[in-house]
Design a protein around this ligand. Structure first.
Ligand code: TYC
Length: 116
């Protein structure tokens, strides 16, 4: 009667390492916020104050009072942030507002710059 032999595979088998996994605590936000851009009003010596106010009200949907404050700030300090928007909207509004001045022969200028 043949004796059983221990299989060479069984002799070589090693215990499975115990793998522990740490649950993830930090999760990536599902929706990234779009970068915002400031529309900036630049002062000049020629555009009439009332025209600047009219453009601000028309293009940026500001009240008479808000538009007047922004115009006066740019007039006194040289520049004033009008509002912040996504890049496309900021650039479109700055261009349209600048073109409104150009159409009347004024050097009125609106620029855009990214928020920190
Ligand atoms: N400085 C202009 C004036 O005295 C008025 C003005 C204000 C023009 C703000 C541009 O961004 C401006 N008529």
């Amino acid at each position: 009667m043949a004796k059983y032999r221990v299989s060479p595979i069984a002799k070589l088998s090693v215990p499975m390492p115990e793998i522990t996994t740490k649950p993830r605590t930090k999760v990536k936000p599902q929706t990234e916020r779009p970068k915002l851009y400031k529309v900036i009003l630049i002062n000049d010596d020629f555009t009439p104050r009332e025209f600047v106010v009219t453009v601000l009200k028309g293009e940026f949907k500001l009240s008479e009072d808000q538009a007047h404050r922004i115009m006066i700030t740019a007039h006194r300090r040289g520049v004033c942030v009008v509002a912040v928007f996504t890049k496309d909207v900021a650039e479109t509004k700055a261009t349209r507002a600048t073109d409104a001045g150009k159409a009347k022969g004024y050097p009125l200028l609106f620029t855009t710059e990214p928020e920190e």
